[in-house]
Design a protein around this ligand. Sequence first.
Ligand code: BTN
Length: 291
Amino acid sequence: MNQKAIERELARIPLSDIRFFESLDSTNDAATDWAMDGASDYSLVIANHQKKGRGRLGRSWITIPGASLVFSLILRLSSQEYQQVENVFSRFSGLGAVSVSQALRIHYQLPAMIKWPNDVLVNDKKISGVLAEVQWMGGHPTVVILGIGINIASKAVPPARDLQFPATCLEGETGASQNRLLVLRHVLVEVCHWRSLLMDEVFLRTWEAHLAYRGEWIRLTSQDGSSTGVVTEGRVMGLDSHGALKLVSQTGGVMVFHSGEIPDGKYSALDDGIYQPGSGIQLRPVDSLPK
Ligand code: BTN
């Protein structure tokens, strides 16, 4: 991977500028600095190696040179997006996941699903993670940094003991070696397409259609200010108009979550396969949850 090869592969994508690094701390950090220096909409930072790759919730993201695909796209908010952004910020967070899952479905025929909010799974294992961060200026959101990591070769998959959730890679799932730059191109085509539809119902419906565990019982952890957070159990219903997760409790009440994580996947996989709703897990009313 080098600057020339990347530019050649992405020649038809309407990017403003591309910066390739053999090694850096984090493409999201480099993109943040570049955006503050005035980078245009659709500027791309890509690296072969990240020394301090970051994941959601303060976790780290391991990047193996030659085996991982890691990049960050600078999305400068248009006036229309800017005016609507408070309602749609979570849609930007889904944008990366929808783009990766569509690219994997269309070009690699993989059954990609989205573990809300934005992990991409194939066959119940994580293949890609998305870190969307907003830059504010003068009290207003101005830029979204869309950071995406995809495990391409098996070396990119960390050892099981280091994982909170099982992981996989593109080559493992397709049984063939894959060109990282081609994967990048496919994902960027999807990002351009879905960004233009971000405010459209079809985007939300696609995100929802790719949602993992629909109709299944899951546990969701969400922060309530305590260090451990709150665990809620519920059946996955879908998404609301903001991209928030809707769960149904055992008593039929609908709960809406704007943030949180599904740490274990399908609940039936726990407790020796015997699921008993209401087994001592705290349920929280919707209006007490963080917005
Ligand atoms: C997660 O699953 O928690 C999100 C992982 C996001 C990783 C990507 S790799 C490219 C970009 N740069 C980073 O430091 N993080 C994101």
